[in-house]
Ligand binder design. Sequence first.
Ligand code: AVJ
Length: 310
Amino acid sequence: MSTEDLNDQKLIDDIIAGLLQEQPSISPKFFYDEIGSHLFEAITFLEEYYPTRTEKQIMLQYDKAIALAIGKCDVLLDLGAGNCEKGSALFNSLMPKEYRALDISKEFLEQAISGLQKEFPQICMQAQTCDLQEELVFPDLVGQKKIFFYPGSSIGNFDPDAALGLFKNIVKVCEADGGLLIGVDLVKDHQVLYQAYNDALGITAAFNKNILLHLNRQVKTDFNLDHWEHCAIFNEQLSRIEMYLRSSQQQVVTWHGGQRQFEANELIHTENSYKYTQEKFESLLMSAGFKSVRSWTDSNSYFLVAYATA
Ligand code: AVJ
């Protein structure tokens, strides 16, 4: 068995364990197979889904102030870089000596980087696999001023405790220099939040249900998509959007070596997307050990871009 098979087997075991919990769940990282990545991109074009375009607008409007707050940048570390579009938009204002693109899978990254390298020959570029659930270590970057970039409110998928852990890890890796530039979605009118995850075209519903097609391929489950419905609600107490798939009838789902019965209306949890107030988010950054925080927002206060100094 190759290491890849072993990893695949561990992944499959984790998914099955999730399905067998009393409150069944599937990790949101399984949204992003090939179709899922394209569906997410389609979501970012929806009128109802304001985060992506609002963040871009803030970054454009305040690019000089952001660059000034950051100062010198030896290495730009792009967490969840994907196609590197957002990270490379910072090259002209930050002028990093080195660009490190990090993501779960390396294939996508290397393609993106080879295109960028031609456009920015003076920047040293490298792709690296990285799982944000695990500890970040960069032994080869000791002594360099590191700027971490974590856009898109991806931090919203973490429970606040886990977000705090990630921030503490970044503070430590920064060695009292550098910092974190991060985008986060803000609490707002509940109807606006609700619509962003229940769009009229049903793209978010397709994105959510596609996770079952991914499992059917990866785990050889036999989910019938006709028997599952998209569900997204705002949990005010916990300040998060919760996404679920609701079983429309009693049914049994099977896989090699196991099965589970789902009752009508039973839910599988697929994602949390936390929404912060500016005050809460800044104090979370400060309690992780950052020395200071500066933030920028749009005229509606829909989204926040923050720079935390390590
Ligand atoms: C990529 C985690 C920021 O939470 O808004 C979009 C994912 N889920 N629509 C988000 C998502 C449903 C997105 N993040």
